[in-house]
Each structure stands twice: as structure tokens, then as C-alpha cells.
Design a protein around this ligand. Structure first.
Ligand SMILES: Cc1cc2nc3c(=O)[nH]c(=O)nc-3n(C[C@H](O)[C@H](O)[C@H](O)COP(=O)(O)O)c2cc1C
Length: 330
């Protein structure tokens, strides 16, 4: 698994499911990651977690991201996931393992959400470099696949330690490190400081993935120029805009790029919703699809009332009617 020269869709809880990843790939993303899942849930064979990492053969290369803070549990989760042995549904397969296998395991050391950090997980780990080392080493030992680590710049402005953690990750056998240029304290505001990514890039030899505030193709070009990073990862810039991957690819390939029309956008959005319905069933899919549709329509002429209607829809037929009516008005 090569982590260089990749355009990556960031892991986003409640967003980057199989259907969205598939759309992102079609638009030009090279690599996708599951949303974070609890290592403990994997360890205890929790059934619900299986839906969070659901994938199919056309979703590759694909990483599974785990969070937790107990090295032994993280090691077990890495062992089970990397070998297709986490199988709570007891699905019987010819090979005896659950396929398709992921391509790598990613460790979450950046999540800033209160519930996560209060449990000592996500970015809380950055406060304890020794524990980071134990966790990364344990995952590398447990996994038969490459292990990557996703971090923030540090816990807060007075404890920036991304370089220290990146070096630890490298020494512990990580195959790549992704750096979001913000501290935990900053959550998502204000801007990401790309200097931190640059500092990490000059400190380690493993591939560095730059993340934070890529909203356009030119942001992608700038972040690589600024940091010298090997790859880049896009999160919020892809919400309702998987086309950003095509835009970035066009810039890298020095090809002209034409942004999609509203009709093209809607066509892609419909594909995504249909895939969600097929994979999750209509009730769950439509409830989850509302936010995606809202993002797709954001900023489009006269879309405010459509977004309102979409937010109340409960069936695919209703969604299709609302969108058909909207398209007739523009
Ligand atoms: C809705 C949402 C959910 C997220 N969930 C995760 C997650 O599960 N794991 C993770 O490592 N980061 C998660 N992130 C952080 C993103 O992966 C990314 O690091 C962050 O948004 C910064 O990149 P951006 O400026 O391109 O959005 C999430 C971000 C958002 C907006």
C-alpha cells in the first residue's frame, strides 16, 4: 500500500459511508477511510459497528479507522480487522474470512469531540506520547496490514507536539502519518496552520498526508507547495461536493476543469441516495441522505425551500418528486 501522491477522502463520522466513498472515488479520490469505530466495539464483536465499516469489492483501497486508548484492545481490533475476523453477523464465506479486507488500519489520534476525549481517546492521546507509542506499536504488531496514524498539531497552542508524535509513529512502525494543522482546542476554527504539517514533513521519512481547509483545487496545490507533504486529505470540502476530487485531479494533471452544472450535481446526488437506499434500506437511508442533499443544494438558486422540503421527506419517491419539481423551476 503506497501512501504517496494520493488524493484522500477524510474519515467523517456519519458521512463517509460506502455510498459516499464510491461517489468520491468516481470523481477522483484515490483512497478512502471508514469513519472512526471503537476498537472496544470490535474487540467485543459489537453488531452495530459492522454497519459503520460496511464495504464492498469496488471500495478499494479502503482504510478502517479505529479509536481507543487501551493498547491491548487496539492491538486485538487491528488483528481482527486486518484479517477479516471481525464478523459479528457470522457471515459464512468460502474463505472463512469476511471479505473484502481493508487495505490498512488507521489510528484516530485527532478527534476533538468531548465524549471521545473525556474517555481518553482521539486527540486526548496527544497529551500522552508514551501511550501513543504503546498504542501504535501494539496496532502494528496486531495488524497484518499497514498502520497509519491521524493526528492534530497538538492538544493546545502551548503543547504543540505533532513532530514528537510523528517521530514516535515512525519509530513504532507506522506506514504514514496524517496531520490536521489544528490543535484540539481549536476544534475546526479558525484556519488550519499548515506550518505544523511542514514541520512534520521535514522531521520524518514516512509519507505525510496534509489535512485541513482544502476547499478548492487551488487549496490542494497550495497545501502541497507549502508543506511538501506526500498526499492530501479533504474533509468538509467534499460535503455535497465530491467534485472537488475531480477539480484537484485536473489541476495535478494540468488539465482544464469544468465545474458541474446543477443538473450534473443532482444526478450524482441521486446516484448517491439510490446507493444508500440499496445498502441501508429506505428508512435509514433517507434519514441520512437529507443532510447530503442539503449540502449538494447549498448555494444553488432558490434551493432554501427545497432543502426544507428534503429535510421532511421520508421516502425516495418524495425526494425524487421534490427534486423534479425544483429542477423544473430553474
Ligand atoms: C462531520 C465530521 C466528522 C468527522 N469524523 C472524523 C472521524 O471519524 N475520524 C477522524 O479522524 N476525523 C474526523 N473528522 C475530521 C476530518 O477527518 C478532518 O480531519 C477535518 O475535518 C479537517 O479537514 P477539512 O478541513 O478538510 O475538513 C470529522 C470531521 C467532520 C466535519
Amino acid at each position: 500500500m503506497d501512501f504517496k501522491n494520493k488524493i484522500i477522502l477524510a474519515p467523517m463520522a456519519g458521512v463517509t459511508d460506502y455510498s459516499f466513498r464510491k461517489i468520491a472515488r468516481l470523481q477522483g479520490a484515490d483512497l478512502c477511510v471508514s469513519e472512526m469505530v471503537s476498537a472496544k466495539a470490535i474487540y467485543y464483536n459489537d453488531k452495530k459497528t459492522a454497519t459503520l465499516i460496511y464495504t464492498k469489492g469496488d471500495d478499494t483501497p479502503y482504510g478502517i479507522q479505529i479509536f481507543g486508548h487501551e493498547p491491548e484492545i487496539m492491538k486485538s481490533a487491528s488483528y481482527l480487522l486486518s484479517r477479516g475476523l471481525y464478523n459479528p453477523e457470522k457471515i459464512d464465506t468460502p474463505s472463512g474470512i469476511l471479505e473484502p479486507l481493508p487495505s490498512y488500519i488507521d489510528i484516530n489520534m485527532g478527534c476533538p469531540v468531548k465524549k471521545i476525549v473525556n474517555a481518553g481517546d482521539g486527540s486526548a492521546l496527544l497529551k500522552n506520547p508514551k501511550l501513543c507509542k504503546e498504542i501504535i506499536s501494539a496496532c502494528v504488531e496486531g495488524s497484518c496490514l499497514p498502520v497509519t496514524v491521524k493526528i492534530r498539531a497538538g492538544w493546545d497552542e502551548s503543547s504543540i507536539n505533532c513532530v514528537e508524535i510523528a517521530k514516535i509513529a515512525e519509530q513504532s512502525g507506522a506506514s504514514a502519518i496524517c496531520v490536521h494543522g489544528r490543535t484540539r482546542e481549536q476544534m475546526y476554527e479558525p484556519y488550519a496552520n499548515w506550518d505544523y504539517i511542514k514541520m512534520v514533513k521535514s522531521a520524518v521519512k514516512i509519507p505525510v498526508i496534509a489535512n485541513g481547509d482544502i476547499f478548492t483545487g487551488s487549496d490542494a496545490e497550495r497545501i502541497l507547495d507549502h508543506t511538501g507533504a506526500d498526499s492530501l486529505m479533504v474533509g468538509r470540502g467534499a460535503l455535497g461536493n465530491p467534485f472537488i476530487f475531480g477539480e484537484i485531479r485536473a489541476i495535478f494533471d494540468k488539465k482544464p476543469y469544468t465545474p458541474p452544472t446543477i443538473f450534473e450535481k443532482i444526478e450524482v446526488a441521486r446516484k448517491q441516495v439510490c446507493s444508500m437506499v440499496l445498502e441501508k434500506g429506505e428508512r435509514v437511508a433517507i434519514a441520512e441522505a437529507r443532510k447530503h442533499l442539503s449540502w449538494y443544494l447549498k448555494g444553488e438558486k432558490g434551493s432554501a425551500s427545497v432543502r426544507n422540503l428534503v429535510n421532511q421527506a421520508t421516502t425516495l419517491e418524495e425526494i425524487n418528486n421534490i427534486i423534479d419539481n425544483y429542477l423544473e423551476t430553474i
